[in-house]
Structures are given as structure tokens and as C-alpha cells.
Write a protein that binds this ligand. Structure first.
Ligand SMILES: NC(=O)c1ccc[n+]([C@@H]2O[C@H](COP(=O)([O-])OP(=O)(O)OC[C@H]3O[C@@H](n4cnc5c(N)ncnc54)[C@H](OP(=O)(O)O)[C@@H]3O)[C@@H](O)[C@H]2O)c1
Length: 247
């Protein structure tokens, strides 16, 4: 049995790969950087597992389809849509082409891979890595937050459909808060705070094992989630604007 992880070359995806490898699961690793994936595969193989490397840029729809065609023959128990990125800045000023690329990766790739996995496999779980940003409109991180809202709403609704159909398959949603990874550098966010990436991956891993529909890593973030549910939107906008300005 295999676990597939997109965005496995760094951050949360890489740590999840280590955890599954320790558990003896075979892995299929996806990201753009062949070099980093090959290096990671070398580190993981001593666990006595098979590791396949699939260097694909998933912001291309054709690549998403090619990936599914290549892996159809494997028994994939968990399919983790983790690849994604953000871009900080005022909406009026940020680059359109970059944002379209981000939407292709954060939304379209997740949409297409979730659908094609559910259509081509008969058992297993999709895990979609969203964000705490999904719960509130986020000034100066607007496109990213909106893209993760899409991931949340799609994943929760499809998971409910599967349960109603008495399918054994699930779509789990994961909403991390800030985590110390390359994400911040790519998003041009200047922050040092955030959860340790190993700790975050551990919590996600445990949640996936329990097949929890909805995973928020960390007590603080669970509290923050409750805060978003009871706070008027104008206050949330003000709070999230100030948080983003501090980056
Ligand atoms: N870190 C945070 O604070 C935080 C908070 C909430 C949610 N998240 C979410 O967690 C997920 C993982 O982020 P991270 O923090 O681990 O960031 P990261 O360290 O930057 O990892 C991102 C991964 O995605 C891959 N990737 C980027 N663009 C890609 C593309 N076009 N095609 C295929 N793979 C691509 C990267 O590899 P290559 O560069 O080799 O392609 C890398 O493996 C993302 O969905 C992010 O939105 C992160």
C-alpha cells in the first residue's frame, strides 16, 4: 500500500513523508524539484520501503491528469494534497500571473486530483491541506485565504456526500495555523513565529490515522477557530489585517 504526498520536497509534506516511512508505508513523492525529491527518497529508503519520485508542476492541469494516469495501478491508501503557496500584498498591487498560478495550484490541482482520485480508486482517503486562513477574509493575503476557503468548502461537502453514499472513502480537511517552513519566505512574509513543522506534521499524521474529517493542529489554533465563529466579520477583518501587517 502507498501514501502519495504532493509538495513532499519540503516543510509539512517532507515531515509527513518521514512519519509514513517510519510506519513502513510505501511512498509516492510529488513536487517540482526532482533533486530534492530524489535526495529525500534516498533518506527514506533505509526504512525498507519503496519510494517513487514524481517531479511534476501541479499548477498545470495536464500534469495533474498525467500524474493520476501514472499512479492508477498502485494501491494508494492516502492521497495528500499538500502542495500550495501564498503571496502577501495588497490585492491591487500583487502580480496577476503569479496569482493565477497560485489559484491553479491551490484550487484547481486540489479539485482535479480529489475528483480523479475518487473516480479512479475504490478505497482510500484524500487529505486536503487547507489553512486557518480559510476561516476569515484576510486583507493583504486575500487570494490565498480565498483559495483555502475553496479547499475547505469543497472537501467538507464532498466528504459529507461520501458518508451519505455509505462510501468507505473519505476527504479529510486539515487547517494548520502558522508553521515554520519555506512557506513564509515564498509568501514574502517576514515572520519567525509559528508551530514547529515536525510537531505540526505529527498532529496531522495522528488526525489522518484517526480519519478525522476536520483537523486543526494545536490547541491555540482550535481556540482561534472558535474565535472566528463567534466574532463579527468587521472585527475579524481588523484583527487579520493587523496580523498580516506584522509580517
Ligand atoms: N507554513 C504555514 O504557515 C502554513 C500554514 C497553513 C497552511 N499551510 C499549507 O501547507 C501546505 C504545505 O506548505 P509548507 O508550509 O510545507 O510550505 P513549503 O515548505 O513551501 O512546501 C511547499 C511544497 O509544495 C511544493 N510545490 C510548490 N509549488 C508546487 C507546484 N507548482 N507543483 C508541485 N509542487 C509544488 C514545494 O516543492 P517544489 O518547490 O519543489 O515544487 C514544496 O514541497 C501548503 O498547502 C500551505 O498552503 C502552510
Amino acid at each position: 500500500m502507498y501514501v502519495l504526498i504532493t509538495g513532499a520536497s519540503s516543510g509539512i509534506g517532507k515531515e509527513l513523508a518521514h512519519l509514513y516511512a517510519k510506519n513502513g508505508d510505501n511512498l509516492i513523492l510529488v513536487a517540482r524539484s526532482q533533486e530534492k525529491l530524489t535526495e529525500l527518497a534516498k533518506d527514506l529508503k533505509p526504512n525498507g520501503i519503496e519510494v517513487l519520485v514524481k517531479p511534476y508542476d501541479l499548477s498545470s492541469l495536464d500534469n495533474c491528469k498525467k500524474l493520476i494516469d501514472e499512479i492508477k495501478g498502485y494501491e494508494i491508501r492516502v492521497f495528500i494534497n499538500n502542495a500550495g503557496y501564498g503571496n502577501l500584498g495588497f490585492f491591487q498591487d500583487t502580480d496577476l500571473d503569479l496569482e493565477i498560478n497560485m489559484l491553479n495550484l491551490n484550487i484547481l490541482a486540489v479539485h482535479v486530483l480529489t475528483k480523479l482520485y475518487l473516480q479512479n480508486f475504490t478505497a482510500g482517503d484524500v487529505v486536503n491541506i487547507s489553512s486557518m486562513a480559510a476561516f476569515l477574509p484576510t486583507p493583504t493575503f486575500a487570494t490565498y485565504a480565498a483559495s483555502k476557503s475553496y479547499v475547505n468548502y469543497l472537501s467538507r461537502a464532498v466528504d459529507y456526500e461520501l458518508r451519505r453514499r455509505k462510501s468507505s472513502m473519505r476527504v479529510l480537511t486539515v487547517n494548520p495555523g502558522p508553521v515554520k517552513t519555506n512557506f513564509n519566505e515564498r509568501a514574502k512574509a517576514n515572520i519567525n513565529r509559528g508551530m514547529d513543522v515536525k510537531k505540526c506534521a505529527q498532529k496531522i499524521y495522528k488526525g489522518i490515522k484517526k480519519r478525522k474529517a476536520f483537523i486543526i493542529p494545536g490547541f491555540q489554533m482550535k481556540l482561534a477557530y472558535l474565535f472566528t465563529k463567534i466574532t463579527p466579520i468587521n472585527w475579524l477583518l481588523k484583527a487579520s489585517y493587523h496580523i498580516q501587517q506584522s509580517k
